[in-house]
Design a protein around this ligand. Structure first.
Ligand code: GCO
Length: 263
């Protein structure tokens, strides 16, 4: 028996049209799952479908706003009709706004909380009844190093991702008895569009100071890639993790364990 085989499982990856969500969606599909993703526009949905096809994977793409509970309930109902009851939910959709806290508007703070924390609540609430009906389920929340650490300019994001860690533990507590495992993946610094501003070459051609800082703080000596996240995602989506619950698995090259080199 292959503990990591997802054949017969239906997975929903929110924000799964690109970047980390796409990489995880492809991996879940290649492990046997029928993968669905949502995104925010028809154009993004089409691009997503093409991106999966380029990886040799057929998926179901949907346009739905994960911060809108009615839209999410309708999405889950549509997937149930067209694909099946969702077995695996990856709460991946997220945004970040890097603004010094006292310059940040309440509207911007609230928007980050809506997408990065309230949407995972909405999506989890929508899929849990079906998981209880099936007698099993997996929820994977894409947390962050900012679930553990703060830094300047990311107050909303850190508050959301810290809350997402505790939502992960609470879903574990409330639904572990229904054979639902809810865990988090905490990416370290991953080279994606979201972090591109932190890696931009300087005018003199030198590396961004933050890029140099992160590489020096990471024992692996490099930024992560989306591919570094897919094995942990398949593990947390599969039978192999049936007795793992309420945990956040940090995929960070060791950065959270390391005090850093003496300057
Ligand atoms: C930042 C980065 C981080 C990473 C990631 C780390 O501004 O510090 O965007 O937040 O994106 O979340 O785990």
């Amino acid at each position: 028996m292959d503990l990591f085989d997802l054949t017969g499982r239906v997975a929903l990856v929110t924000g799964g049209a690109h970047s980390i969500g796409l990489a995880i969606g492809v991996a879940l599909a290649k492990a046997g799952a029928q993968v669905c993703f949502n995104c925010s526009s028809e154009a993004s949905r089409q691009r997503g479908i093409e991106a999966y096809k380029a990886e040799g994977v057929e998926v179901h793409g949907y346009v739905a706003d994960v911060t809108d509970e009615k839209a999410v309930q309708a999405l889950v109902a549509t997937i149930r009709e067209e694909v099946g009851i969702i077995d695996v939910l990856v709460n991946n959709a997220g945004i970040i706004k890097r603004v010094p806290m006292c310059d940040m508007s309440v509207e911007d703070f609230s928007k980050v909380i809506d997408v990065d924390l309230i949407a995972p609540f909405i999506c989890s609430k929508a899929v849990i009844p079906g998981m209880i009906e099936k007698g099993r389920g997996k929820i994977i929340n894409i947390c962050s190093m900012m679930s553990e650490l703060g830094r300047e300019t990311v107050s909303a994001y850190a508050a959301a991702k810290g809350g997402l860690k505790m939502l992960t533990r609470n879903i574990c507590s409330e639904f572990g008895g229904s054979n639902i495992q809810c865990n988090g993946i905490g990416p370290g610094y991953i080279a994606t569009q979201q972090t591109s501003a932190l890696r931009e070459r300087q005018a003199d051609g030198s590396r961004h100071p933050f890029d140099q800082f992160i590489v020096s703080k990471t024992p692996a000596g490099r930024w992560g890639t989306t591919e570094d996240l897919v094995g942990p995602a398949v593990f947390l989506a599969s039978k192999a993790s049936d007795f793992v619950n309420g945990q956040v698995l940090y995929v960070d090259g060791g950065i959270l364990a390391y005090i850093g080199k003496q300057p």
